[in-house]
Write a protein that binds this ligand. Structure first.
Ligand SMILES: *Cc1c(COP(=O)(O)O)cnc(C)c1O
Length: 423
């Protein structure tokens, strides 16, 4: 469910025609629907209503301050993976006691900042990191709250680049090694064990891998409790997929997912743990689209190309993960037929495409297309490759909209660069 719908022949975000946004802001532009964002958060929150829980939004999915604020004011916390994301979360008003810090490569300065900010916990991914956190905590003069990220060795059955819960992945500590790591954690003077954590991947379209992972983590949690390890929360990670296509892959609904998680964590009953989860995509994925303008049509002997002004630097998912995004015209035209075309950007890479062999209404130069479901891992993965200024971001509520990130200009491209005097 999302609030990008046609009214007559025009595609709207809530009550704003997308045409109006492109007229005022230009293209390429990311447009987010506040109502969709809030609805998704609400549905997800509701799925866990039966349990004491905390939803830490995965900041890397969409990190604009306005998006974060919209979620924090509904009670969300933040799952962060860098010092930069900690800065963003705090700037957007997140309660530090609702922040968990994940990621395999935390630097000392990032750890220090997080300790000083008094976050809920570090999700620790290796024994070496545990020692580093202990050392930095001693320097700051605090006890560092930690959960160990356990790698449950289950196949998330998703794209290999976003699969994280297998032994061969770089993430987490294996179940076998976790016991010893917890013992070490308890011996370290500046570490306070708070929880247990896992995250097996992204864009999962089945509930069974979640269930398998949690079952393994639960078994370990029971063992740890018997040893007297004081666990206060279990973090089940994020990863629930969204439907990118109108038909085909059907990921579980947040309700089904919530049910599956609640069933799976039942073995934790009696341990009185708070359930933490770290959704990203499922909250924001379908709450955003990327608007792009058609520049040229080009036909070769074997292919039709629709060349648009958005490129892989704006939305890298098709090139990086071979992912599918539905593409819709901002204006449907009577009597215009469909054709099969590649929709490509201006970047000098063959991998620069938004869609391949796609059947859509034949567009004209100047037409605007909406790349659907671009709210997650869209703008946050954008770059300046080919010296392209990054797109604007716009947030819609009802019949009004605001620019929440202005389009970059050429001065932004060279900010911080310097030609040495000796050159
Ligand atoms: C990326 C990430 C998430 C969010 O994943 P989604 O698929 O967007 O829900 C949650 N936890 C961790 C540790 C992550 O790295």
């Amino acid at each position: 469910m999302h609030h990008f719908q046609y009214k007559g022949d025009e595609l709207f975000c809530e009550d704003v025609p997308l045409r109006k946004i492109t007229e005022q802001v230009g293209t390429p532009t990311y447009v987010y629907s506040l109502a969709t964002l809030e609805r998704h958060f609400g549905v997800f929150d509701q799925a866990f209503a039966k349990r004491r829980h905390l939803i830490c939004f995965s900041v890397k999915a969409s990190s604009n301050l306005a998006i974060l604020r919209a979620l924090f004011r509904l009670g969300a916390g933040a799952d962060i993976v860098s010092g930069g994301e900690l800065y963003r979360a705090l700037r957007a008003g997140c309660d530090p006691k609702k922040i968990v810090f994940s990621g395999v490569g935390k630097r000392d300065d990032e750890i220090e900042h997080a300790l000083e900010s008094e976050i809920l916990a570090f999700n620790v991914e290796s024994v070496a990191e545990l020692s580093a956190i202990d050392r930095v905590a001693a320097k700051v003069g605090v006890a560092a709250p930690v959960a160990l990220r356990v790698n449950p060795d289950v196949d998330a059955e998703t794209h290999p680049y976003i699969s994280t819960g297998l032994k061969k992945n770089k993430f987490g500590i294996s179940v076998a090694d976790a016991r010893e790591a917890y013992r070490l954690a308890r011996r370290l003077p500046n570490i306070e064990v708070k929880g247990i954590d896992c995250h097996i991947g992204s864009q999962l379209t089945k509930t069974s891998p979640f269930r398998d992972a949690i079952r393994r983590v639960a078994a370990l949690a029971h063992e740890l409790r018997r040893e007297g390890v004081p666990l206060a929360f279990v973090d089940v990670g994020g990863g629930l997929g969204i439907p990118y296509q109108e038909e085909g892959e059907e990921p579980p609904s947040p309700h089904e997912y919530g049910q599956a998680i609640c069933d799976a964590v039942e073995p934790f009953d009696g341990l009185d743990l708070t359930l933490v989860c770290e959704p990203g995509r499922v909250i924001v994925g379908n709450a955003g689209v990327l608007l792009t303008k058609v520049l040229y049509l080009k036909q070769s002997e074997i292919k039709n190309f629709t060349i648009v002004d958005a490129a892989l630097n704006d939305l890298i998912r098709p090139a990086f993960y071979q992912s599918y995004h539905s593409i819709k015209p901002a204006l449907r035209r009577e009597g215009v037929g469909k054709w099969v075309t590649d929709i490509v950007g201006p970047i000098c890479e063959t991998g620069d495409f938004l869609a391949r062999d796609r059947e859509i209404q034949k567009a004209d130069a100047g037409d605007v297309l909406a790349v659907m479901s671009a709210g997650a891992y869209g703008f946050t993965m954008a770059s300046n490759y080919n010296s392209r200024p990054r797109a604007a971001e716009v947030l819609v509520t009802g019949d009004t909209f605001s620019v929440i990130r202005r389009r970059e200009d050429y001065e932004d491209l060279v900010r911080g660069e310097e030609i040495p005097a000796w050159l």
